[in-house]
Write a protein that binds this ligand. Structure first.
Ligand code: GLN
Length: 488
């Protein structure tokens, strides 16, 4: 087996046993990136020198018997939404061009403290707004399973890089589905933790009441191991939880015998749910029954309002967050006579069409005459969506659903139709609005050979159960596969 085909946990084991070195692992990734990323276009920036230096230091620690932890020396990569000291951070936008953060986001610090070399920064939709990476100001990324298709978004570069075996894992962010949907479309595992579980400090903000950091990985175990590194209280993020994270690997293999899994009726009645996706998810449900779980039909009656609610709340918060890009403090500045003109020119040229659309939608929803009718109403509906889940948790331990309505769509197919693009988030938004943990894992392939994602939702701060349920399925099946990357 090639080094790059190993899981993150397996590489960690080999490094610990002295059967491989971190420098070898980084070089294997870099070689693969050099050879194949011209097709996939997952990376916005590859930090060869930095990654190799971190790998050498990791190897030295291993040799002297002082590793920083079980993942010391395992190379990973970052969505370009995380501030990285000394490394350009664009958020997929022209407006941050030339911005080199003077500090690391907390999650980047945590990865470094655990010894994981960072290979580089990954492509994404501008400010994490989108579901295909086509809103990146730089270029779209391709899906390693079919290069004419999108890897999903907004963490599409992260998903593509993990799927293509360029990195052993990656960090993404999920505001309305941006970890789970690209994971589904690329045959990887993507975990959005509970809101507050992982620090947002140093993460470029999109919609602050929804944004959450999480891992994209090859296996459920790998996702658990990465979450373990990230799930730490951070005093610099006022929403960061003080709840001490459990040992996520400890009960991972406990199985699902006796667990109750909810099947939300509304998720299977959605128009536009691809029959192949539906049958793969139903087959997964049947598999869980065989493994000893009980399937419980449930109803989440406000599901149909999630899309409209999210597309009011998220743009409202975005319009406020994006006000800081004024040409003075960060990145791009377009010279113009007078301050106002400079602001207008910088923002006019720096933001792409989707960012502008969101700023306008959000500003409108928050404006004096419409606040009550739109923003306030959306907040109330958000509460109802949250209550739907609270009721469900009285009956079930986790919820099972599709992640995305279809398999990977063609690049260019939806880009001209924002509403069709937004509709892709239909199954991921309710979990985000309720602040719950959610994970996507591969549950099969379509006849065309494209991966299908199964979504598992859990109670607040119960990532452990979500992971355990995911692991039980993964163990009983064989959907962790290396994509063809255009025949390479
Ligand atoms: N696709 C959704 C949006 O465009 C979600 C994005 C995300 O989770 N960052 O807003």
């Amino acid at each position: 087996m090639k080094l790059t085909d190993l899981s993150l946990l397996e590489l960690g084991r080999r490094l610990a046993a002295g059967e491989a070195s971190s420098v070898e692992a980084v070089q294997a990734c870099l070689e693969r990136i050099r050879r194949l990323d011209g097709r996939v276009k997952a990376f916005l920036l590859v930090d060869e020198k930095g990654a190799l230096a971190q790998a050498e230091a990791a190897d030295a620690r291993r040799r002297s018997g002082t590793p920083k932890g079980p993942l010391d020396g395992v190379p990973v990569a970052l969505k370009d939404l995380f501030c990285t000291e000394g490394l350009a951070t664009t958020a997929g936008s022209r407006i941050l061009e030339g911005f080199v953060p003077p500090f690391d986001a907390t999650v980047v610090q945590l990865l470094k403290a655990a010894g994981l070399p960072i290979l580089g920064k990954l492509n994404m939709d501008e400010f994490a707004m989108g579901s295909s990476t086509e809103n990146s100001a730089y270029f779209p990324s391709a899906n390693p399973w079919d290069l004419t298709r999108s890897p999903g978004g907004s963490s599409g570069g992260s998903a593509a890089a993990v799927s293509a075996r360029f990195a052993f894992g990656a960090l993404g962010t999920d505001t309305g589905g941006s970890i789970r949907q690209p994971a589904a479309l690329t045959g990887t595992v993507g975990l959005k933790p509970t809101y507050g579980r992982v620090s947002r400090y140093g993460v470029v903000a999109f919609a602050s009441s929804l944004d959450q950091v999480g891992p994209l990985a090859r296996t459920v175990g790998d996702a658990a191991a990465l979450l373990q590194v990230l799930a730490v209280h951070d005093a610099r993020d006022s929403t960061s939880s003080r709840e001490v994270a459990p040992d996520y690997l400890r009960h991972l293999d406990a199985g699902v015998d006796g667990l109750r899994l909810g099947m939300p009726r509304e998720y299977f009645e959605v128009e536009g749910l691809d029959p192949e996706v539906r049958s793969a998810v139903e087959a997964a449900a049947a598999a869980y029954q065989k493994l000893g779980a009980t399937l419980v039909p449930i109803s989440l009656p406000h599901t149909k309002y999630a899309l409209a609610t999210y597309y009011l709340v998220a743009p409202a918060e975005a319009s406020s967050n994006l006000a800081r890009y004024d040409g003075v403090r960060y990145g791009l500045r377009v010279a113009a006579p007078g301050l106002r003109e400079m602001y207008a020119q910088t923002r006019g040229r720096g933001f792409g069409p989707e960012a502008k659309r969101r700023i306008m939608l959000g500003t409108y929803a928050l404006s004096a005459g419409y606040y009550d009718a739109y923003y306030l109403k959306a907040q109330k509906v958000r509460t109802l969506i949250r209550q739907d889940f609270a009721q469900a948790w009285q009956k079930v331990d986790a919820i099972l659903a599709p992640t995305a309505p279809t398999t990977a769509f063609k690049l260019g197919e939806k880009v001209g139709d924002p509403l069709a693009m937004y509709a892709n988030d239909i199954f991921t938004l309710p979990c985000s609005l309720a602040g719950l943990p959610g994970m996507s894992l591969p549950c099969g392939f379509s006849r065309a050979g494209l991966p299908i994602g199964l979504q598992l939702l859990g109670k607040p701060f119960d990532e452990a159960t979500v992971l355990r349920v995911g692991r039980a399925f993964e163990k009983a099946h064989d959907f962790v596969r290396v994509p063809p990357v255009g025949g390479a």
